[in-house]
Design a protein around this ligand. Structure first.
Ligand code: UN1
Length: 509
């Protein structure tokens, strides 16, 4: 990625880091961003101090009074402009995502497409923030419920989807009449600066207050300020279960609202009737896409004994075709891990698999030599394991795929699949209607996402996204996920001259 492209996104000016709208200020420590693709320094952003954080919240508080009075369809117009701008910047922003985060350029483009899609969704939604009308039990009374903006929404995002997850939250929150304060991962600060630049320009062009969209940068302390802050009505956090538990407890302690999208341990069940060609493509994309760093990445394949050997052979064969290297070069399927700490985690996981008795089918290693100077490129691994191993129960953010054998009925596979702490995404490969319906029933998958004949990753924005158990229970993106960004009010109106009480209670003076 060259200097011209970086400066066209405005990410390499001085002193960028904290922003309300288009005003930039920051005086904390430098957060340096290095590309995992080549190990090269890209640029630094400046972390926010507590004082600067206070300034941001002050602006957000002012802006929220203004923004909530703007009619929702007019708010939608701003998001329409955001979607338009993203269409124009798709190639450059996609490239920055790929360069700073390390996912393939195709996936970088896909991520920006998710931003565009959620903007389109939110524009339509801005005319559909519906409540219900309800028949009153009392004569001459009318009841309905309506949704009002919450106020300030804090958005905490992870490195793996450095732009899309912000957009899911931002687009919905903004049409719902909330103002937003974003704390991105300190591993991908430039992607955040680029997005904030885009939305800030749009706010400025429309003469709107700066504080409608703000960015605060820094480490976990900044996340803690947000979680503790009573002025922030909703904290939407995406990341590890460890982080999510801290946010949940802190926010609950002040009885604030939180929306959590945390770790997954996603499985594909492969039944005897599965279409094996589709299974292999779905599993390989799910396991090695984004180098296994999606929360929806396929971590476990639960395969029926009848087709186990065939699936195993085909997978090992398919893994031989995977090209690893510079993600901006379209011949490569898989780029690097985010940083060396992630590489260490991957290596530790491999040791743990062996220690617990797993059988490694496709060996893992850190790649060295030309093109791999960053030290972040690893090879994808396949291991035969048992579901109960500690390491299999843990989400390792790396391209490690576990093969688990099941025998007998599909119920046995479903039991294995559900027997983990996480509950994000799941899939079954089958052409048997009974199996697929059982998998989707209340006795089937316990995950927030359950798919038939597609893999675990790559959800569309139209559906609600999130999961159960240690995944945190939150839902973002499509369907009626917008309701989390608003407060509900039930209204009862009496248009008579009498005051009958509900439940028929008599009370006369
Ligand atoms: C994430 O990994 O945090 O379903 C989000 C998917 C993407 C989003 C993943 N649409 O894989």
């Amino acid at each position: 990625m060259n200097l011209k492209e970086l400066s066209s996104l405005g990410v390499i000016e001085n002193n960028l880091g904290t922003s309300t709208g288009s005003i930039w200020f920051a005086s904390g420590i430098n957060i340096d961003s290095y590309s995992p693709t080549n190990g090269k320094y890209i640029a630094s952003v400046v972390a926010s101090t507590k004082h600067e954080y206070e300034k941001v919240i002050h602006e957000a508080e002012k802006a929220k009074l203004f923004w909530r009075d703007i009619p929702a369809p007019k708010r939608g117009e701003i998001i329409r402009q955001l979607g338009d701008r993203l269409r124009k910047e798709k190639a450059t922003l996609g490239k920055l995502v790929s360069y700073e985060m390390g996912k393939s350029y195709q996936e970088g483009l896909g991520e920006v497409q998710e931003m565009i899609d959620i903007c389109d969704f939110a524009v339509g939604l801005s005319r559909q923030l519906y409540g219900n009308t309800i028949h009153s039990e009392r004569p001459g009374h009318r009841m309905y419920d309506q949704y009002h903006p919450l106020g300030i929404v804090g958005i905490i995002t992870a490195f793996n989807f450095p732009v899309a997850v912000w957009a899911w939250n931002a687009a919905l929150a903004l049409v719902c009449g909330d103002v937003i304060v974003w704390k991105p991962s300190e591993k991908t600060p430039l992607c955040a600066v680029a997005c904030q630049k885009i939305i800030a320009d749009i706010l400025k062009e429309n003469d709107l207050p700066e504080g409608i969209s703000s960015l605060v940068t820094g480490d976990a302390d900044v996340g803690k300020w947000i979680a503790e802050d009573e002025r922030i009505a909703l904290v939407s956090a995406t990341g590890s279960t460890r982080m999510g538990k801290q946010v949940a407890v802190t926010v609950a302690n002040r009885l604030g609202k939180s929306l959590l999208e945390l770790g997954g341990n996603n499985a594909i069940i492969v039944t005897p009737s599965a279409d094996l060609k589709m299974t292999i493509i779905g599993a390989v994309f799910g396991a090695v896409g984004t180098a296994g760093q999606r929360c929806t990445s396929t971590r476990r394949l639960i395969v029926h004994e009848e087709v186990y050997d065939k699936v195993k052979e085909s997978l090992v064969e398919a893994y031989k075709q995977i090209k690893i290297g510079d993600p901006l070069d379209s011949i490569n399927h898989m780029g690097p891990l985010i940083d060396k700490a992630a590489v260490d985690m991957y290596l530790k996981a491999l040791d743990k698999i062996k220690e617990e008795g797993g059988n490694i089918l496709v060996e893992g290693k850190v790649l060295e030599g030309e093109g791999y100077e960053s030290g972040c490129y690893v090879t994808p691994v396949i291991a035969e394991v048992e579901n109960h191993y500690d390491i299999v129960q843990t989400e390792t953010f790396a391209p490690i795929l576990y093969l688990i054998k099941y025998t007998g009925e599909v119920q046995n596979a479903i039991a294995l699949q559900n027997n983990v702490k996480q509950g994000l995404s799941s899939a079954i490969m089958t052409t048997n209607l009974r199996e697929s319906e059982l998998f989707l029933s209340q006795n089937g998958s316990d995950c927030g996402i359950a798919n038939v004949n597609i893999g675990t990753s790559g959800a569309e924005i139209g559906g609600a996204f999130g999961g159960e158990k240690e995944t945190g229970g939150g839902r973002e993106s499509g369907s009626d996920a917008w309701k989390a960004y608003m407060r509900r009010q039930t209204n009862t109106i009496n248009y008579t001259t009498n005051l009958p009480l509900a439940q028929g209670i008599k009370f006369d003076l």
